[in-house]
Design a protein around this ligand. Structure first.
Ligand SMILES: *[C@@H]1O[C@H](CO)[C@@H](O)[C@H](O)[C@H]1NC(C)=O
Ligand SMILES: *[C@@H]1O[C@H](CO)[C@@H](O)[C@H](O)[C@H]1NC(C)=O
Length: 263
């Protein structure tokens, strides 16, 4: 017994990852969560799964992981396993997103994480490419919550609404940038901050159509390319906030249904 303890500790410290992410489906319907790794190495968890209502799944990431987590709606992978298997959020690969190309089809609310910084984790709930599910990012470190906790599909401005399910119910709300991109105008757009608008001074939020609709409903979300100036778009958590335990993040879909309130 005397030697078992240091042996097991040595083993654990060799494989343990620095961040834990628990993805909870608090929606009253099935969703298909997914993640995509931008850099820092692949988690062991397959990047796509089915989540029944009121279930969660926990996975760990490499300590310098940079990636995104989102949810997919109204999926059927049986006939068409690919980006169009879902009404929104679908990815190359089908149920399990392709690790090189499976970034997800917008509109989709994104939880973005960057653990690669020296002293702080950075995270956002982004609706830059539109919205498809309410979301909050929680943590066990008393750091701020990022969120877009309310349903934007049903209140979405008419020119942004959709896609729609078979009953005509909206399951997403596109951003004005996404609408420009779908119309082939992504390269020079005041909504996307591209082309002649590719700087903070050339792309004020006042020039982004429907900015205030998103920011008023979801003040703690990342709404457009230069939204950092709002002070409530990009969130940070000191890596030192828990010196002993791991920092654990929660990504909860439909947080109001779960009684998770925003800070
Ligand atoms: C992922 O996509 C790449 C590029 O299309 C392809 O070469 C690869 O085979 C795909 N991976 C899987 C597991 O399907
Ligand atoms: C972008 O569009 C604006 C009009 O909205 C135009 O004045 C400008 O010249 C365009 N810039 C580029 C780089 O095409």
């Amino acid at each position: 017994m005397k030697y078992l303890i240091p042996l097991s500790l040595a083993f654990v410290s060799g494989v343990v990852a620095d961040r834990i992410i628990t993805v909870t489906n608090a929606c009253p319907f099935v969703i298909w969560p997914a993640f995509f790794t931008s850099s820092g190495g692949q988690p062991e968890q397959a990047p796509g799964w089915e989540a029944q209502p009121n279930t969660d799944l926990t996975f760990s990431t490499p300590e310098n992981w940079n990636g995104r987590v989102w949810g997919r709606r109204n999926c059927d992978f049986s006939t068409n396993p690919g980006p169009n298997s879902c009404l929104d959020g679908g990815c190359n690969g089908g149920l399990v997103c392709n690790i090189t190309t499976g970034t997800g089809v917008p509109p989709a609310t994104l939880a973005t994480f960057d653990f690669s910084g020296e002293s702080q984790d950075i995270y956002t709930v982004s609706v830059v490419d539109g919205y498809n599910l309410p979301m909050v990012i929680t943590n066990n470190c008393a750091c701020p919550f990022a969120s877009c906790p309310v349903d934007l599909a049903t209140s979405c401005p008419l020119d942004l609404a959709g896609p729609f399910d078979a009953d005509g119910v909206p399951v997403g709300c596109r951003s004005a940038c996404l609408v420009d991109a779908l119309a082939g105008h992504a390269a020079n757009s005041s909504n996307c901050c591209t082309g002649s608008f590719d700087s903070e001074s050339a792309c004020p939020s006042s020039g982004v159509e429907h900015y205030s609709y998103f920011k008023t409903n979801c003040p703690n979300s990342f709404v457009y390319a230069f939204d950092e100036s709002s002070g409530t778009a990009i969130w940070q958590c000191e890596k030192s906030c828990m010196s002993e335990a791991e920092v654990e993040y929660g990504v909860t879909f439909c947080p109001e249904a779960a009684g998770v309130s925003n800070l």
